[in-house]
Design a protein around this ligand. Structure first.
Ligand code: FES
Length: 159
């Protein structure tokens, strides 16, 4: 699916580029700011970013695809991020992820069958003392188990 950015989106991208392009190591902060504002990095803004930073399109694309945090497509529904960094892995994150994939009917980076959720990995949510942790939308949840995840999703489904 190719996304065509609106004039409003392009104006926002240009404003961010004008303000930040001269910063040292500007690419990552720019990508973070654009994703925070737009929810993803539209493919058709990559050439603008590359030109503003004097990089190749392949370099910008490579950074976007290297970091799991960045999305090239809008997320479907709510974003469920499950931490798979060290502390959470040690406390059962792999089982939690397997359960979430089964429950939602999709693999990591996919969309649930009903389109209500996007499932994504994340690498530390700052909640290591309460591992395993996840973030659903903007809400952090620690000491998560498959049963607690089921309860959380069931609660979300309530009208
Ligand atoms: S390792 Fe999972 S929250 Fe820090």
């Amino acid at each position: 699916m190719t996304t065509v950015s609106t004039a409003e989106t392009l104006a926002l991208v240009d404003e961010v580029l004008t303000r930040r392009a001269a910063e040292p190591g500007a690419l990552l902060p720019i990508l973070h700011e654009l994703q925070d504002a737009l929810g993803f990095i539209p493919a058709d803004v990559v050439p603008r970013i590359a030109e503003a930073l004097n990089l190749s399109r392949a370099e910008v694309h490579g950074v976007i695809t290297y970091y799991h945090h960045f999305r090239s497509q809008p997320a479907a529904g709510r974003v469920l991020q499950i931490c798979r960094a060290e502390s959470c892995k040690a406390m059962g994150a792999d089982d939690l992820i397997a359960h979430a994939e089964h429950k939602l009917g999709c693999a990591m980076h996919g969309h649930s069958i009903d389109g209500a959720y996007t499932l994504e990995p994340v690498y530390c949510l700052g909640l290591c003392a309460s591992s395993p942790a996840l973030m659903l939308g903007d809400e952090l949840h620690g000491r998560m188990t498959p049963q607690r995840l089921d309860a959380l999703l069931a609660q979300e489904a309530q009208p």
